[in-house]
Design a protein around this ligand. Sequence first.
Ligand code: ACO
Length: 333
Amino acid sequence: MRKSRIAGMGYYVPENVVTNDDLSKMMDTSDEWIQERTGIKERRWVVPGEDTTSGMGVKAAKMALDRAGMQASDIDFIVFATLSPDYYFPGPGVQVQEALGIDTVGALDVRNQCSGFVYALSVADQFIKTGMYKNILVIGSELHSGGLDKTTRGRGVTVIFGDGAGAAVVTATDEDRGVLSTHLHSEGAHAKELALIGPATRRWVNEIIEENDENDISYFPYMNGSYVFKHAVRRFAEVIQEALVANSCTSEDIDLLVPHQANLRIAQFIQKSMRLREDQVYNNIMKYGNTTAASIPIALCEAVEEGRVKEGDLICLAAFGSGFTWASALIRW
Ligand code: ACO
């Protein structure tokens, strides 16, 4: 049966490094607090005006195309995952089509936050399996830094997030490898526990301006951290197990788990609860923070570069985030 496989990966992070000490000059926080709770040492933030979500996505895509040995003209569909698009509409998929000079192929935008890349990969996998498309560009990119509350009021959220992009060229294959299965879930009852409420159609920007309420922070991301943490550890484990069972595998068979880089403590918790060795889990949140839809493709790309992913390896991707949504993918590399 026709399968999809990742033919090339790329990533891009802004050059501007923001350390925990840099943050402690903006708000009441400390390197010690951030490292202890999240494992994050530094993140990259775009210098205002110097890049965009689509622009970073294009840079990552160019690297992925190069590594896949393909031209932009080989791509017949684009899937772009982000929660921080350049515009409210249209989504950034069309900007990638234009920037790469690809013919008028379809461009789909996925809005599943931290699970966005796995959802996007699943979409690409289905289109390839049905034979509709052959080479699909899957991108996850986020520019969080411009929209964060960089005062003490926002510290519980702001210290976590970083900017960056990752991309994969997903291609059709008749070989006995590639994406084995994907598993997608959602539970909207918890939508407001991790959300950016406004401005949107329930509260337009002119209402916010008219109210002129200095205490209104609905346009900053809100996260009920400990609530999210508790759900995350449960759902991560469940969805990884679901992927393993669907493919008659056990956690011992996993060569590398690349979890969404939400918080190092969450990844360590999953590692222990699933009885995985440290070398079976890849983490780079220490350097980049949580880059949401970009975190899995950046991590997977670095893991490939470091030789942690070899042909024939069993790779598990797993994510959890706002929605709540959660997802996994099992790949025979
Ligand atoms: N620096 C110093 N102190 C802080 C900071 C900070 N940056 N942030 C919060 N605090 C304080 C709080 O005010 C609180 O003080 P108090 O006890 O005097 O009230 C104390 O530290 C503890 O705050 P908590 O929010 O309870 O801290 P917690 O231990 O839960 O850690 C964290 C917070 C790191 C956010 C954690 O809850 C977490 O990682 N949650 C999950 C995040 C996640 O997985 N998100 C999903 C992906 S994101 C997405 O989908 C978009």
